[in-house]
Design a protein around this ligand. Structure first.
Ligand SMILES: Nc1ncnc2c1ncn2[C@@H]1O[C@H](COP(=O)(O)OP(=O)(O)O)[C@@H](O)[C@H]1O
Ligand SMILES: Nc1ccn([C@@H]2O[C@H](COP(=O)(O)OP(=O)(O)O)[C@@H](O)[C@H]2O)c(=O)n1
Length: 226
């Protein structure tokens, strides 16, 4: 599939619905760039924790939101995330960051900063980009060519997540995940939400391959002008 105009794809949804795996596979298959916006919010959270900022204090977070330099790689086969020149790909997945990221990402100054980075990265993608997150279709790139909102039952999502984490307790994983979704959905600025014009795909009973095929087909149809 060749096209002169870059295609912008927004994939949103709660945790464990398959956003990262689907977005990486779709981008790799179509030769597009890829951006994991959750990794950016995790990276700024890691920096706050590492610099002793009180996560309970939004004004303390806001005051330093512009300080860390966050650089995202956009190769779907080797996604990278750096903070002040340090590769934090492993650290940002740790439980401590996961439990604090919703509080940090709810601070408007953090969102303004990260949203600007995201728009610049999307604008620079020559062939187009798949951007995954919570507010891409609604806020970051409302003019995206294709908008997908992935969902799945909390049970399926918890089972997928505990499959990744060693010794994870299924009930505790589900509880933590539902709590984070609630925090992300209820914040004032750019909450987790489906855009009115997004296509919802329930992945509970689908394999990753089926979800990837579904999204690739939607992009191809859009490019063919259907
Ligand atoms: N449709 C699917 N069926 C089964 N497992 C899946 C499916 N999609 C993703 N997974 C697995 O679930 C886990 C979470 O997927 P991920 O893409 O990280 O979700 P998200 O980015 O939405 O949090 C990963 O281990 C992934 O391999
Ligand atoms: N566009 C986005 C992406 C993530 N986030 C925040 O970042 C957190 C981590 O996102 P993630 O995509 O890495 O989470 P998982 O789906 O991997 O569990 C979310 O729980 C949100 O608090 C956001 O606010 N906006």
């Amino acid at each position: 599939m060749e096209s002169a105009t870059p295609v912008i794809v927004a994939i949103d949804g709660p945790s464990g619905t398959g956003k990262s795996s689907t977005s990486k596979a779709v981008a790799a298959q179509l030769g597009l760039s890829y951006l994991d916006t959750g990794a950016q919010y995790r990276a700024i959270t890691w920096w706050m924790v590492n610099n002793g900022i009180d996560i309970e204090d939004p004004s303390a977070i806001a005051a330093v939101a512009g300080k860390p330099e966050i650089v995202s790689g956009t190769d779907p086969k080797a996604p990278a995330i750096m903070v002040d020149g340090v590769d934090v790909a492993r650290q940002i997945r740790e439980q401590d960051v996961t439990s604090k990221v919703s509080a940090v990402s709810a601070v408007p100054e953090v969102r303004a900063r990260i949203t600007e980075l995201q728009r610049n990265i999307a604008a620079a993608a020559a062939k187009g980009i798949v951007v995954e997150g919570r507010d891409i279709g609604t806020t970051v790139l409302p003019g995206a060519d294709v908008k997908i909102f992935l969902t799945a039952s909390p049970e399926a999502r918890a089972a997928r997540r505990s499959g990744e984490l060693k010794n994870a307790d299924l009930d505790a994983t589900r509880e933590a995940l539902v709590k984070r979704d609630a925090a992300d959905s209820s914040r004032k600025v750019a909450p987790l939400a489906k855009a009115d014009d997004a296509i919802e795909v329930d992945t509970t009973e689908l394999t990753l391959q089926q979800v990837v095929e579904c999204v690739v087909t939607l992009i191809e149809e859009k490019r063919a002008g259907k």
